[in-house]
Design a protein around this ligand. Structure first.
Ligand code: ADP
Length: 632
């Protein structure tokens, strides 16, 4: 070894090392990912430069780029070597041990001196080579630039504490080898099984082989056979037309642990200011925990084929949490943290781009393959509906995707689009009518529909819990307001009836005393008792006022254990019903009648009574007195 010299790290490098060791303490294993990624970059650069200068390959017979990892248990060291481009002495000085590199410099400039904040910051910049010191007390880097004579090898060595040394060495092979002399307590990294696990997790998709000595007797010449650990598939990085359906499906099966072929797949490479590839799948079956908004499996994030993290929530909104896949960005640093992703413009661009593509694909499916779309909707529709609330920017596009059950065919399956509905609307009809209920059966049987059925006006039947939120946010479609048939006042004219009907007016005058008496009997429980426009067969129904929550939403909130703000319903009576016509406001048992009408109205919406026994008692009293009348 000749010409050995000792240098000091720049002060900032030490600061960086110190911070890194503390900030990334629980993720020490990433050092291997960082070093493998550096080796892979070095091989890529050699491949690129040798396109114009074959001599750089030094007549290499195998000419195959690879990264090799060996363990020396006796020396307690781990060695990562590549046959990439290598570095000259100047390049080593420049790249390793200074903060000239822009990433590190920006990092150091951003340091605030506040340890907690700085620890957070570190995730936003590449940590790269220095991460070796998290597990190593001494690091030796030997390298030779491709195309240079063997004598121009360089040996760099440091304990990461403040100084490093440089020396010239003979080195036959071009490329770089890094030897980590492990710290006390880091012996786990001397176990090949551990190394295999780390590579499988982070580096499986690296394009070049990552090799370890095969587990068998060494050959006579001491040169081991090499076993490649990574599959290097990175399917997403290959051109679409070279990938078979079977390959895609296998990839999906491994990614999602789902043996069924996906319903949809999207494979896009986006190039421009910001390059990324997205390979996304929609499974054919919803996962069992689809409705747990916290339980996401989502998207895997890669940076240049290096695995960065699972379940990257920032890449997909919650209402598309069933989408599985991979995003590979060319431009993000390797060591991005979840916090970083939250505020990153590129991540935002990838997300909005992917969402647009997915929504477009769903729309295409709806148009071209209605049967497939029906399957899709049955599996994921209830989650897609959340998008109306969550994704304001795409609300219109999502509205086109919605499907509902409807009185048009009274089927339970959700097949009616808002467009279908609007296409069937009559000339006078201004609104899109809907009814929310606990269940499809309750919706179908609701007294609120009676008048609409009689007039032949279609009503959408909404019985998914999310529907209440949906209609709370989707106020209109194609300039037509969405209107609940169980709320507020109905516009009779819109429903195809003349507004002033003298006979009707007289009847309501006659019924005024009855309304007042029932109101008095029910007291605080009702906001108002009035005559109804929406009933045909039933004597009574409950209506929410325009601003109130509505009975169904109130039930949902209560079932979730949330305190629903008290809102009093309006009791509407059907002036045509014999019961109402014959009921005399002066009756002694009017209180019982009022209570029964009120409870019945609640029952007919599918609500549970607070005091069912009291209801039964009252009914029996009324029945008994009817029998008594007959007997008399
Ligand atoms: P980054 O890889 O994010 O640039 P590093 O600290 O890991 O940061 O590496 C600094 C620089 O050192 C690299 O940009 C590269 O120029 C050089 N380098 C690191 N490892 C290797 C290697 N195995 N072969 C050739 N050059 C390397």
């Amino acid at each position: 070894m000749s010409d050995q010299q000792t240098f000091s790290f720049q002060a900032e490098v030490q600061q960086l090392l110190h911070l890194m060791i503390h900030a990334l303490y629980s993720h020490k294993e990433i050092f291997l990912r960082e070093l493998i990624s550096n080796g892979s970059d070095a091989c890529d650069r050699l491949r690129f430069e040798s396109l114009t200068d074959k001599s750089l390959l030094e007549g290499e017979a195998e000419g195959e780029p690879r990264i090799r990892i060996t363990i020396d248990k006796d020396a307690r060291s781990l060695r990562i070597s590549d046959n990439g481009i290598g570095m000259t002495r100047d390049e080593v000085t420049e790249n390793i041990g200074t903060i000239a590199r822009s990433g590190t410099r920006r990092f150091v400039e951003a340091l605030s001196g506040d340890a907690a904040k700085d620890a957070n910051l570190i995730g936003q910049f590449g940590v790269g080579f220095y991460s070796a010191f998290m597990v190593a007390e001494r690091v030796v880097l030997e390298t030779r630039k491709a195309g240079r004579p063997a004598a121009e090898g360089v040996r760099w060595e440091s304990d990461g504490a403040g100084e490093y040394s440089l020396a010239d060495v003979e080195r036959d092979e071009h490329g770089t080898a890094i030897t980590l002399h492990l710290r006390e307590g880091e012996d786990e990294f001397l176990e090949m099984a551990r190394i295999r696990t780390i590579i499988a997790k982070y580096s499986d998709n690296i394009a070049l082989p990552v090799q370890v000595p095969a587990e068998k007797e060494e050959q006579d010449d001491g040169e081991p056979d090499w076993e490649t650990l990574n599959s290097g598939s990175a399917l997403w990085a290959r051109p679409r037309n070279e990938i078979s359906d079977e390959e895609y499906n296998n990839f999906f099966a491994n990614l999602a642990f789902d043996p069924n072929p996906p319903l949809l797949r999207l494979h896009n490479r986006v190039e421009g200011n910001f390059d990324y590839t997205a390979l996304l799948f929609v499974p054919s079956k919803a996962p069992f925990d689809l409705f747990d908004r916290e339980q996401r499996h989502g998207i895997k994030l890669y940076v240049r084929r290096v695995f960065i993290m699972d379940d990257t929530r920032h890449l997909m909104p919650a209402y598309l949490r069933f989408v599985r896949g991979v995003v590979d960005s060319a431009d993000l640093p390797l060591n991005v943290s979840r916090e970083f992703l939250q505020h990153n413009r590129e991540i935002d661009l990838i997300r909005s781009g992917s969402v647009k593509k997915l929504l477009g694909e769903f729309a295409r499916l709806a148009k071209d393959e209605p049967d497939q779309y029906a399957t899709f909707w049955d599996e994921f529709g209830r989650v897609i509906k959340e998008g109306v609330v969550e994704d304001h920017d795409n609300r219109q596009a999502i509205a086109e995707l919605l499907r509902f059950a409807s009185t048009h065919d009274d089927a339970q399956t959700q097949r009616v689009s808002l467009k279908d509905y609007v296409g069937r609307m009559g000339d006078d009809q201004k609104s899109i009518f809907y009814l929310t209920a606990d269940s499809h059966a309750a919706a179908q049987a609701s007294p609120h529909l009676e008048y609409f059925r009689k007039q032949g006006i279609e009503v959408l039947l909404l019985s998914d819990p999310v529907d209440e939120w949906l209609v709370g946010h989707l106020n209109e479609y194609q300039d037509k307001p969405l209107k609940s048939v169980a709320r507020g006042d109905l516009d009779r004219e819109e429903l195809g009836e003349k507004s002033d009907d003298p006979e009707r007016e007289q009847r309501s005058k006659d019924l005024e005393p009855l309304l007042a008496a029932i109101q008095a009997a029910l007291g605080e429980r009702v906001q108002e008792v009035r005559l109804s426009d929406r009933l045909v067969d039933s004597p009574a129904c409950l209506v929410a006022d325009e601003k109130a929550l509505g009975a169904n939403l109130q039930r949902i909130l209560e079932s979730m254990g949330q305190a629903a703000p008290e809102s009093r319903p309006i009791l509407e009576l059907n002036p045509e019903h014999p019961l109402i016509r014959r009921l005399d406001s002066g009756r002694e048992d009017l209180a019982d009648w009022a209570e029964v009408l009120f409870d019945q109205a609640a029952l007919s919406e599918g609500a549970a009574l607070k005091e069912p026994a009291a209801y039964v008692r009252r009914i029996n009293r009324l029945l008994a007195s009817t029998l008594g009348d007959e007997a008399a």
